[in-house]
Design a protein around this ligand. Sequence first.
Ligand SMILES: NC(=O)C1=CN([C@@H]2O[C@H](COP(=O)(O)OP(=O)(O)OC[C@H]3O[C@@H](n4cnc5c(N)ncnc54)[C@H](OP(=O)(O)O)[C@@H]3O)[C@@H](O)[C@H]2O)C=CC1
Ligand SMILES: N[C@@H](CC=O)C(=O)O
Ligand code: NA
Length: 390
Amino acid sequence: MSSIISRSLSFFPRSTMSTSQSKLHIAIVGVGLVGSELINQILSIPQPTSPFSLISLSSSTRTLFNPSTPIQPNFDWKFALKASPNSADLRALTTQLQQLVAENKRVAIVDNTSSDDVAALYPTWLRAGFNVITPNKKAFSGELELWQDIIKASKESGAKFLNESTVGAGLPIINTLKELVASGDKVIKIEGVFSGTMSYIFNEFSTGKPDGPAFSSVVSIAREKGYTEPHPADDLNGFDVARKLTILSRTISAFSHTSTTTALPTLQSFKSVQTASLIPPALEGIPTGDEFISRLPEFDESFAKLRTEASEEGDVLRFVGVVDVQGGVVKAGLEKYPTTHPFATSLGGSDNIMLFHTERYSPRPLIIQGAGAGAAVTAMGVLGDLLKLV
Ligand SMILES: NC(=O)C1=CN([C@@H]2O[C@H](COP(=O)(O)OP(=O)(O)OC[C@H]3O[C@@H](n4cnc5c(N)ncnc54)[C@H](OP(=O)(O)O)[C@@H]3O)[C@@H](O)[C@H]2O)C=CC1
Ligand SMILES: N[C@@H](CC=O)C(=O)O
Ligand code: NA
C-alpha cells in the first residue's frame, strides 16, 4: 500500500499540497469495513505534504464535522464519532459543505455505504460542486434516470464522480475502460469473473474433484474475510455481478466518442441483465445476513451434486459475466469450464479476472486479474480516485 501512495504522491509538486486552503477537503459517509480502512490509508499519508484534509465522518447515526481542525493520525475517531452529539443528517452536511465551496475550498464526499438513499444524493452533491468518490454500486447500476442525472449534473458543474472500486475493487477496470473507449478503441466484448465472493466460493468449492468443503462453509468464510456485500444474498443472487456489468455497459456508452455501441442494450437497471441466481427459492427474501447464513447448510447437498456433475465432465464451476457489445447481450450465471481453462487454473482467493476484447486488443484480449474484494484493495481504489482529483 505504502509504495502505491508514495508513487502517487510523487506526481504532485510538494508546493501545491501543503496549504490548508489548497487541500482537498474530504467528508466520508460510511465507516464500516471499507470506510475504516480508507481513513487509515488517508491518515497514513505523511501529514505535512498530504493533499487531503479529512474534515467530516458520518456513520448511519452520528456525524463529526470540523473543517478547522481536520482529523489527525493519532485521533481516536471511532470513539469521537460514537460520542458525537450530532446525529447523522446528510442534508445538514450538504449545507455545511456548500459553505466551504463558497469559500473556494475543494470538496470531495466519499460514500462508503451500500445505501440507495445516499446514492440518490449524488446529483445534488455534484450540482453543489462536490466531487463524489465511491465504491457503492447502487447509483450507477440502479434506475437509468439516476445515472443520466449524475452524468448531467457532473457536466453542468464540472464536479467529478469517480467509481473505480465499484468494479473489481482496486483493480484498474473503470479507468482502463474509460481510456480505451475515450481514445477511440471499440469494445467487442468484456467477459470474466466479476465477483470476489463468487470467485472465492467456487475456487474453494469446485476444484475439479468430485468432493470438497460444504458450500455453506465457504460462503461463511467469504463473509468473515469481508468479501461479501453486507447481506451475502446480494452476492449469491448474482445481482452484485449484474450491477458491475451494468456499470461497465453504461461506462462504455457514456465515455465512447464513437457510435459503435448501438447493439448494446440500454439497461433500465441491473435488473435488465439476464442473471441466474444461486439462491434456493426457500431462502429468497430472508431479511438478515445472519439468518441467511444459518439456513444455507440445508442446501449443501444440492450444491454438492452440481460439483460432482461438473467433475464427472472434467469441469469446474465458475460464476461469470459477459458484456457482449457486438452481440447486444449482457448476462451473468454459473458456467462449467474445463480444469485446464484459465478461470480454473489461474484464480485464487477473491481474484477477479476480466478480459477486454477490443478492436485494438485483438485477437488476444487485454487481461486484468487480481484480488477483487476485501477492505484493503477496495479502499486503495477509493484513495486512488481521490488522488486523481488533486
Ligand atoms: N467489501 C468489499 O470487498 C467491497 C465493497 N464494496 C462496496 O463498498 C461499500 C462498503 O462496503 P463495506 O465497507 O464492506 O460494508 P459495511 O457494511 O462494512 O459498511 C457500510 C457502512 O455504511 C454505513 N451506512 C449505511 N447507511 C448509512 C447512511 N445513511 N449514512 C452513513 N453511513 C451509513 C453503515 O453504518 P452503521 O454501521 O452505522 O450502520 C456501515 O458501517 C459497499 O457499497 C460495497 O458494495 C466495493 C468493492 C469491494
Ligand atoms: N461483494 C463484492 C464486493 C466487491 O464489489 C464481491 O464479492 O465482489
Ligand atoms: Na476497480
